[in-house]
Design a protein around this ligand. Structure first.
Ligand code: COA
Length: 332
């Protein structure tokens, strides 16, 4: 296979970890709170339960859990790290960056560390930034994390969103490699989607004050149908573009690992790009949409299925709108 860009320095994923909180919010629990049913939720979204982090913990605590899980399973040393990139829309606080808080909690010293917000596409953006650091030949070991505690922003009494979202974190170790690992990425965004999927309050435009405490503005809101349609179109188109630009046929892809927002979206993308049955990895049933964490969590849960050398396509779509697809060669 000849990739679009012949690179001198390559980056590959050489370790992975994940973390989900223990508390499960089941469909049955949601049935008690709003007018909905397990049957409706499963049929329309594929979700049966989501994990919810304790109120007194933050996004960084889940990221630390994912990194500790990675360290338990792979022989990596934190002192080798040179950069920590955190994709999140739900930082512990406006500043410092959640990346800095994670470094403090794990005693990671003197590294490049920052947060990146590209909503549900954040992990793909951060993975590409991490790979670029390694390809620049100035970095050899970079930790890329996708973590979100979206439950803070979910109105538990809003049945159009409370069914969809959950908390979680995933982390991958990116390392300089002789063989190509991260092969290509096509990451895009525009502002057209702002009104259809957002959390308005908590920033500088609508800072939290007494008026906002009881306001809808502090919750995630979306026009489900509009997001649904755009998600299918954007992910399918970008996957097909990345295949074409790398002169690949869909049959050469071993695994499609999409953002987990709705099982029907995932299945529609699969049909659009004509990927063979059984090649698309799905774990939405247990976690719902964990924003920047869905893709690393789905890879993490399926590492037993991935073989070294497998060709993997990732794709995501989220607020902004932001979207994209990435191509990688599994290297573990
Ligand atoms: N339980 C029961 N009924 C519900 C419901 C719920 N939780 N939520 C909505 N309904 C009702 C609606 O009121 C509507 O009733 P009506 O026909 O009497 O008006 C009916 O079910 C259909 O609602 P609709 O919004 O058309 O459902 P849908 O098939 O579009 O599914 C979503 C709703 C939210 C599951 C779906 O639009 C979706 O997944 N959108 C994209 C979400 C997403 O990916 N977000 C993140 C992007 S990163």
């Amino acid at each position: 296979m000849s990739t679009k860009i012949e690179k001198k320095n390559y980056a590959a994923i050489t370790a992975i970890g994940g973390y989900v909180p223990e508390h499960r919010r089941t469909n049955l629990e949601l049935e008690q709170l709003t007018e909905t049913s397990d049957e409706w939720i499963v049929k329309r979204t594929g979700i049966k339960e989501r994990r919810i982090l304790d109120a007194d913990l933050g996004t960084s605590d889940m990221a630390v859990g994912a990194i500790e899980n990675l360290l338990e399973n792979y022989s990596k040393k934190l002192e080798d790290l040179e950069a920590v990139l955190v994709a999140t829309s739900t930082p512990d606080m406006p500043m410092p960056a959640t990346a800095n808080i994670i470094c403090e909690k794990l005693n990671i010293k003197n590294v490049l560390a920052f947060d990146l917000n590209a909503a549900c596409s954040g992990f793909l953006y951060a993975l590409d930034m991490g790979a670029s650091l390694i390809e620049s030949n100035r970095f050899k070991n970079v930790l890329v994390i996708g973590a979100d505690k979206i439950s803070t922003y979910v109105n538990i009494h809003d049945r159009t969103t409370n069914i969809l979202f959950g908390d979680g974190a995933g982390a991958v170790w990116l390392e300089a490699s002789e063989e190509p690992g991260i092969l290509d990425a096509k990451l895009l965004s525009n502002g057209d989607g702002r009104e259809f999927l957002n959390i308005e309050a908590g920033g500088t435009l609508y800072p939290y004050d007494y008026e906002l405490v009881g306001s809808e503005k502090r919750f995630i809101k979306q026009e489900g149908k509009v997001v649904f349609k755009h998600a299918i179109e954007a992910m399918s188109k970008t996957c097909l573009q990345i295949l074409e630009e790398n002169q690949l046929s869909i049959d050469e892809i071993d695994w499609l690992i999409p953002h987990q927002a709705n099982k029907r979206i995932i299945e529609a993308v699969g049909r659009e790009i004509k990927i063979a049955e059984g090649k698309t990895l799905i774990n939405i049933e247990h976690y719902g949409n964990t924003i920047a964490a869905t893709i690393p969590l789905c890879i993490w849960e399926n590492t037993h299925q991935l073989k070294k050398g497998d060709l993997v396509m990732l794709t995501a779509f989220g607020a902004g709108f932001s979207w994209g697809a990435s191509l990688l060669r599994w290297a573990i």
